[in-house]
Design a protein around this ligand. Structure first.
Ligand SMILES: CC(C)(COP(=O)(O)OP(=O)(O)OC[C@H]1O[C@@H](n2cnc3c(N)ncnc32)[C@H](O)[C@@H]1OP(=O)(O)O)[C@@H](O)C(=O)NCCC(=O)NCCS
Length: 197
């Protein structure tokens, strides 16, 4: 188990907040988040590594190059990657992102998320996903959000099921996770199911 994170206290919501709830708010990453973000990720490495996407080429998911890529892809036409920050003091507790955004007649995106090991079971992921989906179906005008989950990742499956995602089936050797092409379950939710007008 890693040590609890010690972040500088930053009361209040920053101006670049994308969505806010009672427990967490979501905001875009900034250059000055580098040290805190890398410390949070490295502190939870053993916990996160079994579920970490590892492209065949690219920087190590645990090094500074990873942060550069995260920052560069944080707000593009194809992706929106945000920090999950605790509402009480603004510390970084995790990350959530909408990737592979396709517009036109699809209006769809993939959802990814993680929470630092020391911050789990406090409802942070559930609220962060709820906020991200409301933003996706509201401001962004998307129609479908899909989460892809390794069948043995029971916490993640229970989490999305509780939020209202539907199981759609199993895709073989779908994503390269921790250097292995892993089967994934498709879990999805549409704007109609979420209830956004
Ligand atoms: C999965 C993960 C995001 C959950 O984050 P979290 O902040 O602890 O989740 P929450 O506290 O919001 O939990 C919401 C619900 O999810 C389910 N859940 C979360 N963690 C669980 C666990 N360890 N065991 C069983 N159910 C779990 C429960 O239904 C929970 O509701 P409850 O607390 O009322 O029982 C976190 O464990 C994590 O980051 N795991 C490693 C990375 C990962 O798996 N990412 C997703 C890849 S698809």
């Amino acid at each position: 188990m890693s040590k609890p994170s010690r972040a500088p206290r930053r009361p209040g919501k920053p101006a670049d907040t994308i969505a806010a709830g009672t427990l967490v708010f979501l905001r875009l990453p900034r250059l000055e988040d580098r040290a805190e973000m890398l410390r949070v990720r490295r502190g939870s490495r053993a916990f996160l590594e079994p579920w970490e996407a590892t492209p065949e080429r690219g920087p190590s998911p645990w090094g500074p190059g990873w942060f550069d890529r995260f920052l560069a892809s944080s707000a593009t036409d194809a992706s929106l990657r945000m920090l999950i920050c605790a509402a009480d003091d603004g510390r970084i507790v995790g990350q959530i992102g909408l990737g592979g955004i396709v517009r036109g007649a699809f209006q769809s995106a993939f959802l990814g998320y993680w929470i630092a090991e020391t911050e789990t079971r406090r409802g942070y992921a559930r609220q962060a996903i709820t906020l991200a989906i409301s933003h996706a179906f509201g401001t962004m005008g998307l129609h479908r959000v899909e989460a892809n989950i390794i069948p043995r990742n029971k916490p993640s499956k229970l989490l999305v099921k509780r939020i209202g995602f539907r199981y759609e089936g199993l895709a073989r050797r779908y994503l390269r996770i921790n250097h292995v092409w892993e089967d994934h379950e498709h879990w999805a939710i549409s704007r109609e199911e979420w209830g956004t007008p």
